[in-house]
Design a protein around this ligand. Sequence first.
Ligand code: MTE
Length: 336
Amino acid sequence: MLIRVPSPSRSLESEVTPESVYLSRRKLMQGSLALAGMAAMPAWVHADTPGSYANLEPAKAPAWFEEKLPSTRWQAVRAEGESITPFKDATHYNNFYEFGTGKGDPAANAGKLQVEPWTVMVDGEVGKPGRYAIEDLVKPHAFEERIYRLRCVEAWSMVIPWLGFSLAELLKQVEPSSAARYVRFETLVDAQRMPGQRSGFSLIDWPYVEGLRLDEAMHPLAFMAVGMYGRVLPGQNGAPLRLVVPWKYGFKSIKSIVRISLVAEAPKTTWERIAPNEYGFYANVNPQVDHPRWSQATERRLPSGLFSPNIVDTRMFNGYDEVAELYAGMDLKRYY
Ligand code: MTE
């Protein structure tokens, strides 16, 4: 499927206000290259990504990741007028309840996550079911970098440069049958390494489960991430494979996926089970539909502090207007 890269979710380099690391790359380019030509730039310009993220510690990555990285299509999707969230915030302010409920718990505990070897069970209504090694799932797909806004239902947000490939490509690879109408995703269960799964106080019935309608899953913006900031995905962000659905609240973007099932009925998702009146199946970002306990009209864009809270207006579909056609005729107050 063609990636449509429509105007609301992308912009020219000149419109992006990226992290200072991007500035250093620009200096390197001595300002002589036409900014509008960025998308078509040869790979060497981005050979410094990690150069673009040069202030980051190098990360040890599996061979399947290292092999793909040099041919990445950098900035295939950009974020209009946005600053990229500093890496430190994106990796130390997380929700990953398997590792604890505090925002710092995932970074503190995810180091124990065992990501090699990693397999993903693909089952249900598919022509090519099976237990796939992550190498085999990733192999057919070129990496792209996509800079997406991430809007959490808790009313904070970030702008993250993900690395990966579209979910539609992965689904086509396993050949959904005509009976498939939804996609169900499951996270790893490993109580030994995931302290949140041992906690007697957890409301979550593990594994963490998420789902999409098949047409949502096939939308070109739905993304499988294996990296971020030009490097392999850290454990706390959902290594080695996570979903990123930028027009939905962050809880739909399930981490550390071990199972993908094509199913006929809508799966019951983790947050729907816990509080169906607060978290719906659709979970589209919508400033007009408040959470029962707080407003969704605005969001706190990280980094944010007491004296500079950095509050911005929340946009319908998180600004990804191109998905509106998926919901034509639907009452989005009812199907929240
Ligand atoms: N996936 C799993 N397995 N467990 C979780 O607790 N939290 C979700 C989502 N994916 C979660 C998860 C929520 S609420 C958000 S906002 C995003 O992950 C946060 O992603 P980030 O930590 O990479 O910013």
